[in-house]
Design a protein around this ligand. Structure first.
Ligand SMILES: *Cc1c(COP(=O)(O)O)cnc(C)c1O
Length: 374
Protein backbone atom coordinates (compact mmCIF):
# COMPACT_ATOMS: atom_id res chain seq x y z
CA UNK A 1 0.00 0.00 0.00
CA UNK A 2 1.34 3.39 -0.95
CA UNK A 3 2.09 5.82 1.82
CA UNK A 4 0.62 8.56 -0.34
CA UNK A 5 -2.80 9.37 1.02
CA UNK A 6 -5.20 12.17 1.83
CA UNK A 7 -5.36 13.89 5.17
CA UNK A 8 -8.10 11.93 6.97
CA UNK A 9 -10.58 14.80 6.98
CA UNK A 10 -10.62 14.77 3.17
CA UNK A 11 -11.61 11.14 2.86
CA UNK A 12 -15.34 11.92 3.07
CA UNK A 13 -15.24 15.65 2.81
CA UNK A 14 -18.69 17.29 2.40
CA UNK A 15 -18.44 19.49 -0.73
CA UNK A 16 -19.98 22.92 -1.02
CA UNK A 17 -22.97 22.65 -3.39
CA UNK A 18 -22.63 25.45 -5.89
CA UNK A 19 -25.30 26.49 -8.36
CA UNK A 20 -25.31 25.03 -11.88
CA UNK A 21 -23.49 27.19 -14.44
CA UNK A 22 -25.65 29.12 -16.86
CA UNK A 23 -24.33 27.34 -20.00
CA UNK A 24 -24.90 23.92 -18.47
CA UNK A 25 -28.46 24.81 -17.53
CA UNK A 26 -29.18 26.33 -20.86
CA UNK A 27 -28.07 23.13 -22.60
CA UNK A 28 -29.98 20.89 -20.19
CA UNK A 29 -33.24 22.82 -20.47
CA UNK A 30 -32.88 23.37 -24.21
CA UNK A 31 -33.51 27.08 -23.68
CA UNK A 32 -31.24 29.94 -24.81
CA UNK A 33 -29.62 31.73 -21.83
CA UNK A 34 -31.68 34.88 -22.37
CA UNK A 35 -34.91 32.85 -21.94
CA UNK A 36 -33.84 31.53 -18.54
CA UNK A 37 -34.99 33.38 -15.45
CA UNK A 38 -32.13 32.85 -13.07
CA UNK A 39 -33.21 33.84 -9.59
CA UNK A 40 -31.27 31.19 -7.67
CA UNK A 41 -27.95 32.80 -6.69
CA UNK A 42 -28.64 36.43 -5.71
CA UNK A 43 -26.86 37.74 -8.77
CA UNK A 44 -27.53 41.27 -9.97
CA UNK A 45 -29.88 41.21 -12.98
CA UNK A 46 -28.70 44.65 -14.10
CA UNK A 47 -25.12 43.51 -14.42
CA UNK A 48 -22.01 45.63 -14.00
CA UNK A 49 -21.74 49.37 -14.61
CA UNK A 50 -21.00 50.40 -18.24
CA UNK A 51 -17.61 51.72 -17.06
CA UNK A 52 -16.71 48.13 -16.10
CA UNK A 53 -17.29 46.84 -19.63
CA UNK A 54 -15.22 49.70 -20.97
CA UNK A 55 -12.39 49.07 -18.50
CA UNK A 56 -12.34 45.37 -19.39
CA UNK A 57 -12.39 46.08 -23.13
CA UNK A 58 -9.40 48.37 -22.68
CA UNK A 59 -7.50 46.22 -20.20
CA UNK A 60 -3.83 46.96 -20.83
CA UNK A 61 -1.84 44.85 -18.43
CA UNK A 62 -3.23 41.34 -18.61
CA UNK A 63 0.30 40.06 -19.29
CA UNK A 64 1.66 41.60 -16.08
CA UNK A 65 1.05 40.21 -12.58
CA UNK A 66 -1.29 42.33 -10.49
CA UNK A 67 -0.16 44.53 -7.59
CA UNK A 68 0.05 42.12 -4.65
CA UNK A 69 -0.89 44.98 -2.32
CA UNK A 70 -3.86 46.13 -4.45
CA UNK A 71 -2.82 49.72 -3.66
CA UNK A 72 -5.14 51.53 -6.09
CA UNK A 73 -8.14 49.43 -5.09
CA UNK A 74 -7.48 49.82 -1.37
CA UNK A 75 -7.24 53.59 -1.71
CA UNK A 76 -10.54 53.71 -3.61
CA UNK A 77 -12.17 51.36 -1.09
CA UNK A 78 -10.99 53.57 1.73
CA UNK A 79 -12.70 56.57 0.08
CA UNK A 80 -15.85 54.53 -0.43
CA UNK A 81 -16.11 52.95 3.00
CA UNK A 82 -14.40 55.46 5.28
CA UNK A 83 -12.17 52.69 6.69
CA UNK A 84 -8.40 53.29 6.55
CA UNK A 85 -6.61 51.64 3.61
CA UNK A 86 -4.16 50.06 6.11
CA UNK A 87 -6.99 47.94 7.49
CA UNK A 88 -8.39 46.87 4.11
CA UNK A 89 -7.53 43.73 2.20
CA UNK A 90 -9.20 42.76 -1.10
CA UNK A 91 -9.66 39.13 -2.06
CA UNK A 92 -10.86 36.88 -4.87
CA UNK A 93 -14.38 37.30 -3.55
CA UNK A 94 -15.27 37.52 0.12
CA UNK A 95 -15.12 33.73 -0.05
CA UNK A 96 -11.34 33.78 -0.30
CA UNK A 97 -11.15 35.95 2.79
CA UNK A 98 -13.32 33.57 4.85
CA UNK A 99 -10.78 30.85 4.13
CA UNK A 100 -7.82 33.14 4.82
CA UNK A 101 -9.20 34.22 8.21
CA UNK A 102 -9.71 30.62 9.29
CA UNK A 103 -6.24 29.60 8.10
CA UNK A 104 -4.77 32.30 10.31
CA UNK A 105 -6.69 31.59 13.48
CA UNK A 106 -7.52 27.89 13.62
CA UNK A 107 -5.43 25.11 15.06
CA UNK A 108 -6.75 21.59 14.42
CA UNK A 109 -9.91 21.03 16.46
CA UNK A 110 -10.53 24.70 17.23
CA UNK A 111 -14.17 25.67 17.34
CA UNK A 112 -16.05 28.11 15.10
CA UNK A 113 -19.59 29.14 16.00
CA UNK A 114 -22.10 29.03 13.19
CA UNK A 115 -25.70 30.26 13.27
CA UNK A 116 -27.69 28.17 10.81
CA UNK A 117 -29.51 28.47 8.60
CA UNK A 118 -26.87 30.69 7.05
CA UNK A 119 -24.22 30.88 4.33
CA UNK A 120 -22.68 27.47 3.69
CA UNK A 121 -19.11 28.69 3.24
CA UNK A 122 -18.48 29.15 7.00
CA UNK A 123 -18.76 25.47 7.94
CA UNK A 124 -17.14 24.48 4.63
CA UNK A 125 -14.02 26.58 5.24
CA UNK A 126 -13.91 25.64 8.93
CA UNK A 127 -13.70 21.95 8.04
CA UNK A 128 -11.25 22.70 5.25
CA UNK A 129 -8.99 24.29 7.85
CA UNK A 130 -9.30 21.39 10.31
CA UNK A 131 -11.60 23.29 12.65
CA UNK A 132 -14.78 22.14 14.29
CA UNK A 133 -18.19 23.73 13.72
CA UNK A 134 -20.59 24.25 16.60
CA UNK A 135 -24.07 25.23 15.44
CA UNK A 136 -26.26 27.56 17.46
CA UNK A 137 -29.48 27.49 15.42
CA UNK A 138 -31.48 30.64 14.83
CA UNK A 139 -34.96 31.08 16.30
CA UNK A 140 -37.99 30.45 14.05
CA UNK A 141 -38.02 34.07 12.84
CA UNK A 142 -34.29 33.69 11.99
CA UNK A 143 -33.18 36.00 14.78
CA UNK A 144 -30.12 35.03 16.83
CA UNK A 145 -30.48 33.03 20.03
CA UNK A 146 -28.32 35.21 22.29
CA UNK A 147 -28.59 33.12 25.49
CA UNK A 148 -27.66 29.97 23.56
CA UNK A 149 -24.74 31.81 21.89
CA UNK A 150 -23.44 32.91 25.32
CA UNK A 151 -23.67 29.35 26.63
CA UNK A 152 -21.86 28.01 23.57
CA UNK A 153 -19.08 30.58 24.02
CA UNK A 154 -18.63 29.49 27.67
CA UNK A 155 -18.75 25.82 26.89
CA UNK A 156 -16.70 25.56 23.68
CA UNK A 157 -14.33 28.54 23.83
CA UNK A 158 -14.68 29.19 20.09
CA UNK A 159 -12.04 31.16 18.21
CA UNK A 160 -14.49 32.89 15.90
CA UNK A 161 -18.11 33.37 14.95
CA UNK A 162 -19.63 34.27 11.58
CA UNK A 163 -22.55 36.63 11.51
CA UNK A 164 -24.26 37.50 8.23
CA UNK A 165 -25.96 40.90 8.21
CA UNK A 166 -28.46 40.64 6.54
CA UNK A 167 -28.51 36.86 6.76
CA UNK A 168 -28.52 34.59 3.73
CA UNK A 169 -30.96 32.83 2.98
CA UNK A 170 -33.70 34.67 4.91
CA UNK A 171 -32.73 38.36 4.86
CA UNK A 172 -33.01 38.91 8.63
CA UNK A 173 -31.01 41.91 9.88
CA UNK A 174 -30.06 41.84 13.56
CA UNK A 175 -30.77 44.89 15.73
CA UNK A 176 -27.68 47.01 16.51
CA UNK A 177 -27.91 46.07 20.20
CA UNK A 178 -27.56 42.35 19.39
CA UNK A 179 -24.45 42.97 17.34
CA UNK A 180 -23.01 45.19 20.11
CA UNK A 181 -23.56 42.41 22.64
CA UNK A 182 -21.89 39.82 20.43
CA UNK A 183 -18.90 42.11 19.97
CA UNK A 184 -18.32 42.04 23.74
CA UNK A 185 -17.74 38.27 23.66
CA UNK A 186 -14.13 37.05 23.80
CA UNK A 187 -13.70 35.84 20.24
CA UNK A 188 -13.27 37.06 16.69
CA UNK A 189 -16.58 38.29 15.28
CA UNK A 190 -16.68 38.12 11.49
CA UNK A 191 -19.55 40.27 10.23
CA UNK A 192 -20.38 39.34 6.65
CA UNK A 193 -22.01 42.33 4.96
CA UNK A 194 -22.43 40.76 1.50
CA UNK A 195 -25.95 42.28 1.33
CA UNK A 196 -25.62 45.42 3.48
CA UNK A 197 -26.20 47.64 0.42
CA UNK A 198 -29.79 46.35 0.19
CA UNK A 199 -30.89 47.09 3.77
CA UNK A 200 -33.96 49.23 4.30
CA UNK A 201 -32.39 51.63 6.81
CA UNK A 202 -28.90 51.50 5.36
CA UNK A 203 -29.17 54.67 3.29
CA UNK A 204 -27.10 54.85 0.14
CA UNK A 205 -25.39 51.49 -0.41
CA UNK A 206 -25.69 50.56 3.25
CA UNK A 207 -23.41 53.30 4.53
CA UNK A 208 -25.57 54.04 7.59
CA UNK A 209 -25.61 50.45 8.83
CA UNK A 210 -22.22 49.06 7.84
CA UNK A 211 -19.87 48.38 10.74
CA UNK A 212 -16.79 48.76 8.59
CA UNK A 213 -15.68 52.12 10.00
CA UNK A 214 -15.56 50.78 13.56
CA UNK A 215 -13.14 47.97 12.69
CA UNK A 216 -9.92 49.91 13.53
CA UNK A 217 -11.28 50.80 16.99
CA UNK A 218 -11.80 47.17 17.98
CA UNK A 219 -9.61 44.12 18.49
CA UNK A 220 -12.10 41.45 17.49
CA UNK A 221 -14.20 42.76 14.59
CA UNK A 222 -13.76 41.80 10.94
CA UNK A 223 -16.18 43.11 8.31
CA UNK A 224 -16.41 41.37 4.93
CA UNK A 225 -17.98 42.92 1.87
CA UNK A 226 -18.15 42.02 -1.80
CA UNK A 227 -18.73 43.45 -5.27
CA UNK A 228 -20.65 40.32 -6.27
CA UNK A 229 -24.17 41.40 -5.40
CA UNK A 230 -24.69 45.19 -5.44
CA UNK A 231 -22.06 45.88 -8.14
CA UNK A 232 -22.91 42.90 -10.33
CA UNK A 233 -19.39 41.44 -10.43
CA UNK A 234 -20.05 37.91 -9.12
CA UNK A 235 -18.32 36.38 -12.14
CA UNK A 236 -15.13 38.38 -11.64
CA UNK A 237 -14.54 37.39 -7.99
CA UNK A 238 -13.70 40.48 -6.00
CA UNK A 239 -14.49 41.22 -2.38
CA UNK A 240 -12.73 42.87 0.53
CA UNK A 241 -12.46 42.87 4.26
CA UNK A 242 -11.61 45.31 7.01
CA UNK A 243 -9.45 43.70 9.68
CA UNK A 244 -8.13 44.69 13.10
CA UNK A 245 -4.72 46.34 12.90
CA UNK A 246 -2.98 43.50 14.76
CA UNK A 247 -4.08 40.98 12.11
CA UNK A 248 -2.84 42.89 9.08
CA UNK A 249 0.83 41.75 9.05
CA UNK A 250 -0.23 38.09 9.24
CA UNK A 251 -2.82 38.58 6.51
CA UNK A 252 -0.26 40.14 4.21
CA UNK A 253 2.19 37.35 4.95
CA UNK A 254 -0.26 34.50 4.46
CA UNK A 255 -2.37 35.59 1.52
CA UNK A 256 -1.75 34.32 -2.00
CA UNK A 257 0.38 37.08 -3.56
CA UNK A 258 -1.69 37.66 -6.71
CA UNK A 259 -5.14 36.90 -5.33
CA UNK A 260 -6.97 39.78 -7.02
CA UNK A 261 -6.47 39.57 -10.79
CA UNK A 262 -6.09 42.66 -12.97
CA UNK A 263 -9.53 42.35 -14.58
CA UNK A 264 -11.27 42.04 -11.22
CA UNK A 265 -9.30 44.94 -9.83
CA UNK A 266 -10.07 47.23 -12.81
CA UNK A 267 -13.73 46.22 -12.65
CA UNK A 268 -13.92 47.02 -8.95
CA UNK A 269 -12.25 50.42 -9.51
CA UNK A 270 -14.64 51.21 -12.37
CA UNK A 271 -17.57 50.23 -10.13
CA UNK A 272 -16.38 52.62 -7.44
CA UNK A 273 -16.38 55.37 -10.08
CA UNK A 274 -19.99 54.44 -11.00
CA UNK A 275 -21.68 54.66 -7.62
CA UNK A 276 -24.65 56.69 -8.83
CA UNK A 277 -25.43 54.18 -11.54
CA UNK A 278 -25.04 51.18 -9.23
CA UNK A 279 -26.92 52.78 -6.33
CA UNK A 280 -29.86 53.45 -8.67
CA UNK A 281 -29.96 49.74 -9.56
CA UNK A 282 -29.82 48.81 -5.90
CA UNK A 283 -32.78 51.13 -5.26
CA UNK A 284 -34.66 49.43 -8.11
CA UNK A 285 -33.98 46.04 -6.54
CA UNK A 286 -35.07 47.26 -3.09
CA UNK A 287 -38.36 48.56 -4.52
CA UNK A 288 -38.85 45.35 -6.46
CA UNK A 289 -38.26 43.32 -3.29
CA UNK A 290 -41.20 45.06 -1.60
CA UNK A 291 -43.42 44.54 -4.65
CA UNK A 292 -42.45 40.87 -5.03
CA UNK A 293 -43.03 40.28 -1.32
CA UNK A 294 -46.64 41.45 -1.70
CA UNK A 295 -47.14 39.26 -4.77
CA UNK A 296 -45.66 36.21 -3.03
CA UNK A 297 -48.01 36.74 -0.09
CA UNK A 298 -50.90 36.30 -2.53
CA UNK A 299 -49.70 32.83 -3.58
CA UNK A 300 -51.72 30.50 -1.35
CA UNK A 301 -49.07 27.82 -0.79
CA UNK A 302 -46.15 30.16 -0.02
CA UNK A 303 -45.09 31.93 3.17
CA UNK A 304 -42.55 34.63 2.31
CA UNK A 305 -40.24 35.94 5.06
CA UNK A 306 -39.55 39.67 5.21
CA UNK A 307 -36.07 40.35 3.82
CA UNK A 308 -33.52 43.14 3.90
CA UNK A 309 -31.46 41.60 1.09
CA UNK A 310 -31.89 40.94 -2.64
CA UNK A 311 -33.80 37.70 -2.14
CA UNK A 312 -36.91 36.37 -0.43
CA UNK A 313 -37.11 33.04 1.37
CA UNK A 314 -40.47 31.26 1.18
CA UNK A 315 -41.88 28.34 3.08
CA UNK A 316 -43.79 25.95 0.78
CA UNK A 317 -46.97 24.21 1.93
CA UNK A 318 -49.19 21.62 0.24
CA UNK A 319 -46.66 20.61 -2.39
CA UNK A 320 -43.10 19.42 -1.77
CA UNK A 321 -40.68 22.29 -2.37
CA UNK A 322 -38.53 19.92 -4.45
CA UNK A 323 -41.45 19.42 -6.83
CA UNK A 324 -42.10 23.15 -6.98
CA UNK A 325 -38.45 23.77 -7.83
CA UNK A 326 -38.60 21.15 -10.60
CA UNK A 327 -41.86 22.50 -12.07
CA UNK A 328 -40.41 26.01 -12.15
CA UNK A 329 -37.17 24.75 -13.72
CA UNK A 330 -39.17 23.04 -16.46
CA UNK A 331 -40.54 26.51 -17.26
CA UNK A 332 -37.03 27.98 -17.35
CA UNK A 333 -37.25 29.55 -13.88
CA UNK A 334 -34.46 28.72 -11.48
CA UNK A 335 -34.91 29.19 -7.76
CA UNK A 336 -32.81 27.94 -4.87
CA UNK A 337 -34.37 24.97 -3.07
CA UNK A 338 -33.59 23.92 0.49
CA UNK A 339 -34.36 20.85 2.48
CA UNK A 340 -31.98 20.85 5.41
CA UNK A 341 -32.62 20.36 9.13
CA UNK A 342 -32.97 24.13 9.52
CA UNK A 343 -34.79 24.81 6.25
CA UNK A 344 -37.48 22.25 5.58
CA UNK A 345 -39.30 22.68 2.29
CA UNK A 346 -38.23 26.18 1.41
CA UNK A 347 -37.28 28.06 -1.71
CA UNK A 348 -35.31 31.28 -2.07
CA UNK A 349 -36.08 33.66 -4.91
CA UNK A 350 -33.54 36.34 -5.83
CA UNK A 351 -34.85 39.75 -6.80
CA UNK A 352 -34.77 40.21 -10.55
CA UNK A 353 -36.20 42.82 -12.89
CA UNK A 354 -39.94 43.51 -12.57
CA UNK A 355 -40.68 41.42 -15.70
CA UNK A 356 -38.83 38.50 -14.14
CA UNK A 357 -40.82 38.73 -10.91
CA UNK A 358 -44.01 38.84 -12.98
CA UNK A 359 -43.01 35.69 -14.87
CA UNK A 360 -42.20 33.93 -11.58
CA UNK A 361 -45.54 34.92 -10.08
CA UNK A 362 -47.44 33.86 -13.21
CA UNK A 363 -45.77 30.44 -13.08
CA UNK A 364 -46.46 30.09 -9.35
CA UNK A 365 -50.15 30.88 -9.91
CA UNK A 366 -50.39 28.48 -12.84
CA UNK A 367 -48.93 25.73 -10.67
CA UNK A 368 -51.51 26.48 -7.98
CA UNK A 369 -54.31 26.04 -10.52
CA UNK A 370 -52.90 22.80 -11.93
CA UNK A 371 -52.65 21.50 -8.43
CA UNK A 372 -56.25 22.31 -7.53
CA UNK A 373 -57.63 20.63 -10.68
CA UNK A 374 -59.20 17.26 -9.84
C1 LIG B 1 -22.63 35.75 -1.96
C2 LIG B 1 -22.11 35.75 -0.57
C3 LIG B 1 -20.76 35.93 -0.32
C4 LIG B 1 -19.75 35.69 -1.41
O1 LIG B 1 -19.15 36.73 -1.84
P1 LIG B 1 -18.07 36.59 -3.01
O2 LIG B 1 -17.43 37.91 -2.89
O3 LIG B 1 -18.82 36.36 -4.27
O4 LIG B 1 -17.16 35.47 -2.66
C5 LIG B 1 -20.31 36.08 0.98
N1 LIG B 1 -21.19 35.98 2.00
C6 LIG B 1 -22.49 35.77 1.79
C7 LIG B 1 -23.41 35.67 2.93
C8 LIG B 1 -22.98 35.62 0.50
O5 LIG B 1 -24.27 35.32 0.29
Amino acid sequence: MSRVRLAPRFENFPPYTPIEPFEVLSARLGLPPEKIIKVDANENPYGPAPAVKEALANLRWANIYPDPESRALRAALSDFTGAPAENLLPGAGADELIDLILRLVLEPGDVVLNFPPTFGMYPFDTLLNAGQVIDVPRLPDFSLDLPAIRRAVEEHQPKAMFLTTPNNPDGHFPPAAVLDELLELPLLVVVDEAYIEFTREGGRLGENLSRIRSVPQRENLIVLRTFSKWAGLAGLRVGYGAFPTWMMPALWAAKQPYNVNVAASEAALASLRSLDFLAANVERLKAERERLFGLLQSVPYLTPYPSQANFILCGVKQIPASQLKASLAARGILVRYYNTPYLRDMIRISIGRPAESDAVIAALRELAEEKSEP
